[in-house]
Design a protein around this ligand. Sequence first.
Ligand code: AMP
Length: 485
Amino acid sequence: MLSTNPFDDDKLHEECGVFGIFGHAHAAALAALGLHALQHRGQEASGIVAFDGSHFHAHHAMGLVGDNFSDEAVIRRLQGSLAVGHNRYATTGDTVLRNVQPLFADFEFGGFALAHNGNLTNAMMLRQQLNRRGCLFQTTTDTEVIVHLMATARSGSVVDRMVESLRQVEGTYSLVAAAKNVMIGVRDPWGVRPLVLGRVGDSLVLASETCALDIIGADFVRDIDPGEMVVITADGLLSLRPFNAQPHRFCIFEHIYFARPDSLVEGTSVYEARRRIGVELARESHHPETDLVIPVPDSGVPAAIGYAEESGVPFELGIIRNHYVGRTFIEPTDQIRNLGVKLKHNANGHLIQGKRIVLVDDSIVRGTTSLKIVEMMRRAGAREVHMRISSPPTTHSCFYGVDTPRKEKLLAHRMSVAEMAAYIGADSLAFVSLDGLYRAMGLPGRDPANPAYCDACFTGEYPITLTDRDTPTDANVTYLSEAHG
Ligand code: AMP
């Protein structure tokens, strides 16, 4: 027996990328390209479901998009002008192929494929209720509760069933779904996770980020609004607002780390946001006499550019990244994660020798990366190593879809800033303040009564109810071990 309760262990929950295209002769090929551009949102597994006017075709596989969808035969099999796809990011060892999305189910109205980015915070509770009503779950994902809620819904059409189901779920979701001759996109009423609309020729596209539009030559049309459901058919796009309005709370961590810097999310360039956070960081933290500003690649680069610009200290690439290694975070054990940092980065020794440096990274989670990088800089002969972080201390876990470990493993939860500096071996350590972060986003500061973003990982203020965390259920989840595909 295996518990899937994300709150009872250190298993990391998934962050994901979603993509869909309606009305294109090469839908599956473009979906594969879109997923490739969204690879940073999930590297564990991916899947595409296509619809050819009468039949659905699916391919799901563990591993990277390029490894699974570069085969012409695979794409050829995914016939049709409608395709939806998903990249999954989950770091548990128990992943099985059946958890790979898009999920697919046969309904009275026909086939239905569902791709989800986000995390439902009452999924365990709903799962238990559905189990008692006789629903047999095929996967251990939170997303499957939507499918069962749809199956047990009273109303008939795919849209009505989706609306009825989504009114019962709590948490975050950006969904892309396909049924017979229709593609549906939905964002939760808080708008925590991104979803954008694009157009290529006469075809409409839905994607987590605009970088997935760029790769297929699609134009960005607009963001899907929080709480909006778009229903795309041969007749065009129908926009519905079926949910109670909520204050908007886009995830600030998408800007800090998760989204690609060449993406435009919620009307803001991710690169610009990161650069401006670097400017704020340099303005507000004590800036020591130093010779160089060095980013921890790649995610620290835009903030380091902003920091260097504001402080007037030269920016140099003092750490070189090996691009053929995945993100450190996806390594399943601490030992391998430690090794991963070394595999990924190397000091550009001749620059560092004898220098006083400022390192800029986007976040400290467990502290593994910072500890190794500071040590690497000292070995390369740095005289002083000052660490600057372009987010506030990460003190709380995310329950809304970003992959963070449980609170006890977060360095900032256990230690003060001074203790963290000593732990990572830095001469000084500073984080951007919450207000500085909001200023970088173009606001006067953080309005504590109505913050413009979800910043729960920094404040512990969770805007959406955490039913499963607060009233854990035992949903008795068992599943067979399966060969990884
Ligand atoms: P850690 O080494 O545990 O302190 O993690 C911090 C490093 O991981 C930083 O360099 C970040 O760029 C990166 N990071 C932060 N959050 C995440 C995440 N949710 N998934 C993957 N990597 C992350």
